[in-house]
Write a protein that binds this ligand. Structure first.
Ligand code: 5RP
Length: 222
């Protein structure tokens, strides 16, 4: 049983004809975008997507989902994945380096739905390092500020290339390991106050609903 697929396809059923949909990034949202494409083809529903990355833009094109922008449309529902989900539904996101546009789109949506498999549920955020998109020239002072805050930061490196990951916006990604995060709401604000940080991957107090794929079936968390 593919739990990510289960969650992605269940979220596809939440979409109503005529809606504008925020299209998240990652392997779970891949299934959501596929399910939306299938509904457009089979049920002829008319929806438009607002992608959160080149990856979701290209996937939307592949599934013939018309795309639009925040300039032109308001968003009814955003559906996105997560790297960690705590009991208050605060998130860490950005494993795919797309958290800046994801936060803009997810925040702008009337309803923000997270889709994930059950491995993403944690009792406290922090095992997964917090991704930060930073201006490349700010690396040294940003590292210094992060260390003062108790984190171990690392520049994210490309898997098969000898160089840093570059975001869709042309910036570096730093993974800051805080090990345990007691107050994600405050940390989200503090991280964005460091000059050079474009956006961080803590999404606190934003989620309306989580659709979780579990070995016992779909669970809904609100
Ligand atoms: C991308 C993200 C992803 O939504 C997050 O990393 C989860 O990915 P996946 O669905 O592949 O587990 O935040 O920036």
């Amino acid at each position: 049983m593919n739990l990510k697929k289960m969650a992605g396809f269940r979220a596809g059923k939440e979409v109503k004809d005529g809606q504008i949909i925020g299209l998240g990034t990652g392997s779970t949202t891949h299934y959501f975008i596929e399910s939306l494409g299938m509904r457009i083809k089979e049920e002829e529903i008319q929806v438009m997507g607002i992608p959160t990355s080149y990856q979701s833009f290209l996937l939307a094109k592949q599934w013939k989902i018309p795309v639009t922008s925040l300039e032109e449309h308001d968003i009814d529902i955003a559906v996105d994945g997560a790297d960690e989900i705590d009991p208050d539904l605060n998130l860490i996101k950005g494993g795919g380096a797309a958290h800046t546009l994801e936060k803009i789109v997810d925040y702008a949506a009337c309803e923000f739905i997270v889709i994930a498999d059950e491995t993403k549920l944690v009792s406290e955020l922090g095992t997964f390092p917090v991704p930060l998109e930073i201006i490349s020239q700010s690396t040294k002072p940003v590292f210094s500020a992060l260390k003062d805050m108790g984190a171990d930061p690392e520049i994210r490196m490309a898997k098969f290339k000898d160089g840093p990951v570059i975001s869709d916006n042309g910036n570096f990604i730093v993974d800051a390991n805080f090990y345990e995060i007691n107050n994600p709401i405050q940390l989200e604000k503090d991280l964005n106050s460091i000059p050079g940080v474009v956006e961080n991957g803590i999404f606190s107090q934003m989620v309306d609903k989580v659709i979780l794929g579990t070995s016992e079936g779909i669970k809904i968390l609100k």
